[in-house]
Design a protein around this ligand. Structure first.
Ligand code: ADP
Ligand code: ZN
Ligand code: ZN
Length: 801
């Protein structure tokens, strides 16, 4: 007998597999999806391993095979184990990261007669009733029997009959819900219809349709002829044209406006990075290498990725490219699509389930050379993987902030090792931990020190840091320093464009009573409520709770409620007030609802429909707007003052990124950073575009304070509706962990806390946390059984949550 270790889709399964016997003649392979009995249920699972000895004596049998081919490759199985072990997450949750979308379907049980023409005279009444329902129908859904006989009886009777060999059970999975996408098409109708007396526009549409032999989508016809729907409807009414619907498979990339791009001849810096990657790709032995490309935006990193991918493809391999957020990087995707037309798959969450399912299977079949997507695209079933690229590797979106709490960069490293792939990381502001690794030889470091746009060696924009304390002293109470408002006026007079950056949404960011100091807070989350100008409501940015603005202070009934703090909506008002004739656009998550909306705002700005673009960190991402010559950072202090050891790094990254938006065109550019801490090292280094000096200072702090990369962290958060219970639980766990570390000989682990989490209350539940600092934290925590309610994050990014 052979056995399978199966990861079962049940929360009760936690981090372990279960042993099942493989009933002959069933043939099961590793990575295959199967249906297994689990308690009273039939559940889906994935075969993780085949063995000849089961882990337990009593094994049940696998019921059925779900798909004939394995869904997970051996390296994906290994990755699933690794994530589960390292991040301490349930095994099936990590397996699920790699399953095709829509995989998790309910099993439907069917019952049928084992053989026709059975003698049923010896059966009981109930048994006969069941057999009668089934006979003549082939098979019957078990649910139907449950309806007729009641749950318990149906289950008991069917079990008896199966044991007697009269009935057999079979299983099928519920349908995948695939919604086909339909597109409206238009064609001519009525061959010799009378076309005299048609309006000019109508005639133009008729001519266009005549010209085009192939089927024409209405969207295309409308775009090409400029005719409105009314024009087409008029023709339809006259019987001259007809609309019809065509089912289309959505191509996540529209190739309409994309023309093939050819490799550029590389600058010397690009060339040496490319050559190194190329020879690493060609190396057939030894462990694969990882590279860190350090270059400002516009220094030609993407061109290196593209040529490295082309090289991998030439060698018969394929690639995966991760970008921080797909909705914000349409330009990047277009560049990949233009270099490898129709060979690029895009994975993102806005495709419908059916479309994702389609795309997943096409990737698995090897239809694409390159898969591009955000964090989870690292799990794409790309065969013959040879190259993994992570662009903007420092971005926090690569870390999943719910379970499994994996970091895509660490998964990529593991995957590269398992598949023998080359890993290329790129960033203008590498994560301090990545740079430290590069310094220590774990990554090969290549610098692209010069910009290629607008021309090779173009200067970085000049940055001025304005001390806002000085502004106050000089009697300027406006949110614009004198420097910034003068610069805005100058640029607008010169018909240039301006970006104003402020990393906070809303109008006023908190509301305080001037008499008693009371701050209005969300009752469920304990964070200050922000005022949103549109709709005049107070909103909680944690849970989305909305309420109207009270007339009086809830604490002392005073009428002196003061709106304080500035968000992007308030900034919009200030701009209107200070620069009355200037047109502006606002870009933050309140102003956008989807991908098209992002693009719409950007397009308007590129088309010069506004002079000023106000935005949160969305504006900082990789958009190329050449006519922007001035970037103003309204306040650099929002991220600087957070109680998190990464606050300096975060600030440096944001400021560098925002500064990179200026001067992409030939006109050059300048950046003005307003702050109350002008002497801060992160701000100073960002102003000089000086990563090296930022890094030196930062790594010294990290070493001194025993923070990563010199140690590792784990964040343990407990939530409960009762604050005292929460605190007691956290204190109890701390005691237990201290004992554990002593008993099991894990030295050098600091346990910080327990303390209330930065957001002490979230959606009505209190949160207390412990921070562990040390080494081998996963191994230490692995055998600890945590009571329900604990969330464990290994290598957390933000401690302020
Ligand atoms: P990054 O990814 O570092 O932001 P890109 O690769 O996007 O840089 O390059 C920025 C711009 O410079 C792009 O428009 C690209 O086409 C162009 N570019 C890159 N490398 C070269 C080169 N070797 N010669 C000419 N233009 C280049
Ligand atoms: Zn008050
Ligand atoms: Zn809230």
């Amino acid at each position: 007998m052979r056995y399978a270790e199966v990861s079962v889709n049940s929360p009760a399964a936690r981090r372990r597999t279960f042993s099942y016997a493989i009933p002959p003649p069933m043939d099961v392979r590793e990575g295959q999806a199967v249906l297994v009995p689990f308690g009273e249920k039939e559940l889906q699972g994935i075969v993780m391993e085949l063995t000849s000895v089961p882990a337990v004596e009593d094994t049940r049998e696998i019921l059925d095979i779900v798909e004939s081919e394995p869904i997970l490759s051996p390296s994906h199985l290994a990755i699933a184990y690794w994530i589960s072990d390292y991040y301490l997450s349930p095994l099936f949750d990590t397996v699920a990261l790699m399953l095709p979308p829509g995989f998790e379907r309910k099993a439907i049980t069917f019952v049928s007669l084992a053989q026709p023409g059975l003698d049923i005279s010896s059966l009981s009444d109930e048994q006969r009733q069941v057999v009668n329902i089934i006979s003549g129908q082939g098979r019957v859904e078990f649910k139907k029997l449950e309806k007729e006989l009641g749950r318990r009886k149906a289950s008991a009777v069917v079990s008896q009959l199966v044991r007697q060999g009269i009935l057999t059970r079979s299983y099928e999975l519920g349908p995948v819900r695939i919604k086909p996408k339909k597109e409206l098409y238009i064609r001519l109708s009525g061959d010799d219809a009378d076309i005299s007396g048609l309006a000019v526009k109508q005639m133009a549409l008729i001519d266009y349709l005549k010209e085009r032999a192939a089927p024409v989508s209405w969207a295309e016809a409308r775009q090409k002829t400029g005719c409105s729907r009314a024009v087409a409807d008029a023709l339809v009414n006259k019987g001259l044209a007809a609309f019809y619907e065509v089912e289309v498979r959505r191509e996540p990339i529209s190739y309409e406006n994309i023309t093939l791009s050819l490799p550029l001849s590389l600058t010397p810096a690009q060339q040496s990075a490319y050559e190194a990657i190329k020879s690493s790709l060609r190396k057939s032995s030894g462990s694969p290498e990882a590279f860190l490309l350090h270059g400002v935006t516009g220094s030609g990193k993407t061109e290196v990725y593209l040529q490295a991918l082309a090289e991998a493809i030439k060698l018969g391999k394929r690639g995966i490219v991760l970008v921080p957020e797909i909705a914000l990087t349409p330009q990047t995707i277009e560049r990949f699509a233009a270099r490898f037309p129709r060979r690029v798959a895009v994975l993102h969450s806005r495709l419908s389930l059916g479309e994702q399912y389609d795309e997943w299977h096409r990737i698995q079949k090897g239809e694409f050379d390159v898969v591009i997507g955000s964090r989870s695209a690292i799990f794409a079933p790309q065969p013959d993987l040879g190259l993994i690229v992570i662009d903007e590797e420092h971005e926090w979106t690569y870390k999943q902030d719910n379970s499994p709490h994996y970091h895509a960069r660490d998964v990529a490293l593991k995957l590269a090792e398992l598949t023998g792939s080359v890993l290329v990381l790129g960033s203008a502001t590498p994560d301090v931990e990545s740079y430290y690794k590069a310094q220590n030889g774990a990554y090969r470091l290549f610098g692209l020190p010069e910009r290629v746009v607008p021309r090779v060696g173009a200067a970085m924009p000049g940055v001025e840091v304005v001390d806002m304390r000085g502004e106050l002293k000089a009697g300027n109470r406006s949110i614009f320093s004198r420097s910034l408002s003068q610069a805005i006026n100058e640029d607008i007079a010169a018909r240039k464009q301006v970006i104003l950056f402020l990393n906070r949404r809303g109008g006023a960011t908190f509301i305080q009573c001037r008499r008693c100091g009371f701050v209005l807070r969300c009752r469920r989350c304990d964070v200050p409520l922000a005022h949103h100008i549109a709709g005049d409501v107070l909103t909680c940015h944690q849970c989305g709770y909305r309420t109207s603005v009270p007339q009086v202070c809830p604490n002392c009934s005073s009428r002196q409620l003061k709106f304080l703090g500035i968000g992007t909506q308030k900034l919009e008002q200030e701009v209107r007030y200070t620069f009355p004739r200037v047109r502006q656009l606002r870009w933050d998550s309140d102003a956008t609802t989807g991908r098209s909306s992002n693009e719409a705002i950007l397009r308007k700005f590129r088309n010069k429909e506004a002079e000023i673009l106000i935005g949160t960190q969305m504006v900082a991402k990789g958009h190329d707007i050449p006519s922007v010559t001035l970037v103003g950072v309204i306040s650099a202090d929002t991220s600087l003052n957070l109680p998190d050891f990464r606050a300096g790094e975060r600030t440096f990254q944001l400021l560098s990124q925002v500064a990179g938006r200026a001067g992409r065109g030939l006109a050059g550019g300048r950046v003005i950073i307003q702050t109350f801490s002008p002497e801060n090292y992160a701000i100073q280094a960002a102003a000089r575009h000086d990563y090296a000096s930022f890094y030196e200072q930062e790594i010294a702090y990290r070493r001194q304070l025993h923070n990563p990369p010199f140690t590792r962290l784990a964040r343990l958060v407990y939530t409960h509706t009762n604050d005292a219970v929460c605190q007691r639980e956290a204190e109890g766990l701390k005691k237990l962990l201290i004992e554990e570390s002593a008993v099991r000989g894990f030295g050098g682990i600091d346990i910080i806390g327990p303390a209330p989490a930065f957001i002490h209350r979230l959606r009505g539940r209190f949160r207390w946390q412990l921070i562990l600092r040390g080494y081998e934290l996963s191994a230490f925590l692995s055998p600890v059984s945590f009571p329900h309610g604990w969330v464990i994050d290994i290598d957390p990014m933000a401690l302020v949550q």
